[in-house]
Design a protein around this ligand. Structure first.
Ligand code: PRT
Ligand code: ZN
Length: 292
């Protein structure tokens, strides 16, 4: 495949699949100004020296390894399965799934040892063989192209090894997961030469900082509240702020306003305890971007 030009950093992304929408949202979120046209191979960003290459996800690790693209966004599972020589730069928090071995509900195959001598159908033969070798289990790996969940019913295999996210596919086919091999999520990968000190290093670093800032912002809320100054020590304990909170005196004697960025996970519980500690007018605002 020919490069459009050497004037742009090239990022390979999935053209049409589960990762496409969250990947486009992420790239827009970090400030890349572009339009994604269906059935176009390339698109250029208007505001940065970046171009996007839209391809099948299976091609992305190899394209980055061969420097057809400098960076890529792809499931870690694809990188592992292809043993591609690329660097994993940033976990992206979407496309989460687990590679699991599953068996028919009534099969007594709940342990790794019980798989010895059995047939396991998978589209992830490299990962499965590696796992079985590590555990010294002698099972037959049946390589298939897709639809692993059908293999036991068709008597092609006794078990399957497939990606699971909600678990619905397994349930519908009366299968139960018994062993997890590893977890995966979408990751940004890069070619070592694009990441280092070379021509693109500074731009790659900027993009990575923005990604981290965007992902951190999604986990945070900005909380402002009013409280008696005497309650501040207790409030600081309840609000595990990113850094020290901002505390400003109010016109009312003995009252302060507290501003803090807080992890959303601690949220409702913390709000109720704040009220009990004397806080009032609690405002909770979304955080759009963070540059730590
Ligand atoms: O056309 P192209 O080759 O680009 O796409 P694709 O069809 O190969 O991939 P796609 O779009 O289906 O998935 C892209 C990536 O999404 C994968 O490489 C994973 O990193 C990630 N991902 C996350 C998943 C799943 N969750 C997932 N559940 N990929 C596939 N599945 C399949 C799984 O194989 C099984 O068939 O969904 C089914 C199970 O889903 P649940 O929700 O029923 O458990
Ligand atoms: Zn694919």
């Amino acid at each position: 495949m020919q490069r459009l030009s050497d004037d742009n950093l090239r990022i390979a992304i999935q053209s049409n699949g589960r990762l496409t929408r969250p990947t486009l949202d992420l790239l827009h979120g970090i400030g890349l100004d572009f339009e994604a046209h269906e059935r176009r191979l390339f698109t250029r960003c208007r505001n940065l020296d970046v171009e996007l290459l839209f391809v099948r996800d299976d091609d992305i690790p190899e394209y980055v390894q061969d420097r057809v693209a400098d960076l890529g966004v792809v499931g870690r599972n694809v990188v592992l399965e292809q043993s591609a020589r690329v660097e994993e730069l940033e976990p992206l928090g979407f496309g989460r799934c687990t590679l699991s071995i599953a068996v028919p509900r009534d099969a007594p195959l709940a342990s790794v040892e019980a798989l010895a001598g059995k047939r396991i159908a998978t589209t992830h033969p490299v990962s499965l063989r590696r796992f079985l070798a590590e555990r010294a289990v002698d099972a037959e790996v049946v390589e298939i192209r897709g639809g692993a969940e059908l293999a036991p019913a068709l008597d092609i295999a006794d078990a399957i090894c497939d990606l699971v996210s909600t678990g619905t596919t397994l349930r519908v086919h009366d299968l139960v997961p018994v062993i997890d091999l590893w977890e995966s999520e979408a990751v940004m990968i890069g070619h070592a030469d694009a990441v280092g000190d070379g021509r693109w290093g500074p731009l790659v670093e900027r993009l990575r900082t923005r990604i981290r800032g965007l992902l951190m912002a999604r986990r945070l809320k900005y909380v402002t509240l009013n409280a008696p100054a005497a309650s501040v020590p207790e409030i600081r304990e309840i609000l595990p702020a990113m850094k020290s909170p901002t505390i400003v005196p109010l016109a009312d004697e003995g009252m302060v306003a507290v501003h803090a960025a807080v992890e959303e996970a601690v949220f409702w519980d913390a709000m109720e305890r704040l009220k009990e500690a004397g806080a009032s007018e609690i405002l909770v605002l979304p955080v759009e971007k963070v540059l730590p």
